[in-house]
Design a protein around this ligand. Structure first.
Ligand code: ARG
Length: 466
């Protein structure tokens, strides 16, 4: 079946003929791994400098190699570089072009190196850079939430459990809940960077090399803390990609929960927020509609990100040590998850900054559904010494009476309340108003505006150092 094309110019020494067209199609990764061109070229330059420094190649050859690689970088960036599927991947495309440009010296670059450590170092560099980008975007999103939290530290809204109004909270407190989530995402990114900060370059195919290379030198030149310690692990480890995908999936999940809230809050039924025109779209048939498409897409794209995590976990689970071509499947997962997450983070920060908060609608909803019933029970415990279970029961009767009279709990008269428990005094009304209920929740991490402001101060300091 194989067409009689010339065998591959990089590895075809023992091959009589070229690959079948379908082999070329399944094998080639240049369609996506060209994204690694900058990392591939820096990796090669660092490798060549080390080879010259250790006397493995001559300084003159190294100069030619570096010059040629820089020319290739410019060609790729100018869009004039011709990528070839026949040359499989970014590594061989670059090396073949280097041979065109500088002749035989190009053949010395691959001394003491293999595509196995080359791709491992390229992808690590790329993922590390992406992690830094994600860290920046997370910091921006946290900053957006801190601004909104500060503005709304005392804006009352219903807090929910089971999607049922539970107790009044403040919108600032709700914003700060997301700050905590995205703060953990940020620390996961930092942890992942810390762990992936080791250079696999110089592990060669899998066993290391007999050349007297200096792996510490290339590690340092490429901005890694140190070289990896085991050559087998170096070429077969994709934990760094998995860690990136898992932190991306967790972060996407947080973004999706928020997106879901934004969608609910912006319905006319809730009316808690209004999205800006820049983050909504209209309907082609229903002129009255303004749709939260950005939020819906954030929610929808989460499936892709977590899908990529499951995809790569599944690729890796059957891999014996060390390298196998299966691992080429890591890149599209990582690239697509990264691109998707970048978009999701930016769109979310935009929505958070731009949305208009309807404090009146939030306050009205906070007062509905007898949301201060727990405050009444707490008052009975504190002022009359009732055991909480009994206070719960008494309060339940007050709620039933309010329902029967079709009024809010706080609108029951003192007489009504005293008919349920004679010990109740006028003072009870100070806790039944939502604003007071919120103000009283001063426990550490609670929703009282004073506490929320403390949390904001804490995070501002922490963010400045993050
Ligand atoms: N394109 C390959 C990948 O992404 C590069 C490594 C190929 N190594 C090999 N021995 N075939 O995994």
């Amino acid at each position: 079946m194989s067409d009689k094309k010339a065998s591959n110019q990089m590895w075809g020494g023992r091959f009589a003929s070229g690959p079948a067209a379908i082999m070329e199609a399944i094998n080639a990764s240049i369609g996506f791994d060209r994204k690694l061109y900058a990392q591939d070229i820096s990796g090669s330059i660092a490798h060549s400098e080390m080879l010259a420094e250790t006397g493995i190649i001559s300084a003159a050859d190294q100069e030619k190699i570096a010059h040629g690689l820089n020319t290739i970088l410019k060609e790729i960036e100018a869009g004039t570089f011709e990528f070839s599927t026949r040359l499989e991947d970014i590594h061989m495309n670059v090396e073949a072009r280097l041979a065109d440009l500088i002749g035989p010296a190009a053949g010395r670059l691959h001394t003491a190196r293999s595509r196995n450590d080359q791709v491992a170092v390229d992808l690590r560099l790329w993922v590390k850079q992406e992690c830094q980008r994600v860290a920046g975007a997370l910091k921006d999103l946290i900053a957006a939430f801190l601004e909104r939290a500060e503005e709304h530290a005392a804006t009352v809204m219903p807090g929910f459990t089971h999607m049922q109004a539970a107790q009044p909270v403040t919108f600032g407190h709700h914003c700060m809940a997301y700050v905590e989530m995205f703060g953990r995402d940020l620390s996961r990114v930092r942890d992942a960077i810390e762990r992936m900060d080791e250079s696999p370059l110089g592990a060669a195919a899998l066993a290391g090399t007999s050349f007297s290379i200096d792996r510490h030198m290339t590690a340092k030149a490429l901005g890694f803390r140190e070289p990896t310690r085991n050559s087998l692990d170096s070429v077969s480890d994709r934990d760094f990609a998995l860690e990136f995908l898992s932190l991306a999936a967790i972060c996407a999940t947080h973004l999706s929960r928020l997106a879901e809230e934004i969608i609910i809050w912006s319905t006319p039924q809730f009316g808690f927020i209004r999205l800006s025109d820049s983050f909504s779209t209209g309907s082609s048939i229903m002129p009255q509609k303004k749709n939260p498409d950005a939020a819906e897409l954030v929610r929808g794209k989460t499936g892709r990100v977590s899908g990529h995590l499951v995809g790569l976990l599944t690729v890796m689970k059957g891999m014996p040590l060390t390298y196998g071509k299966d691992m080429q499947e890591d890149k599209e997962a990582v690239f697509d998850a990264a691109e998707t997450l970048d978009l999701m983070l930016a769109a979310t920060a935009g929505m958070v900054r731009d949305m208009t908060v309807n404090a009146a609608a939030m306050k009205k909803a906070a007062g509905a559904g007898h949301a201060t019933a727990t405050d009444l029970a707490d008052w009975l415990v504190r002022n009359l010494g009732l055991p909480f279970r009994e206070a719960h029961h008494v309060t339940g009767r007050a709620v039933a009476l309010a329902e029967e009279k079709k009024v809010a709990l706080e609108k029951l008269s003192l007489e009504d309340l005293r008919s349920i428990h004679p010990g109740i005094t006028d003072d009870i009304f100070s806790v039944l108003a939502v604003q007071n209920s919120v103000k009283s929740r001063v426990s550490f991490g609670g929703t009282a505006p004073s506490e929320v402001r403390k949390q904001i101060r804490y995070w501002k300091k922490r963010l400045a150092k993050a």
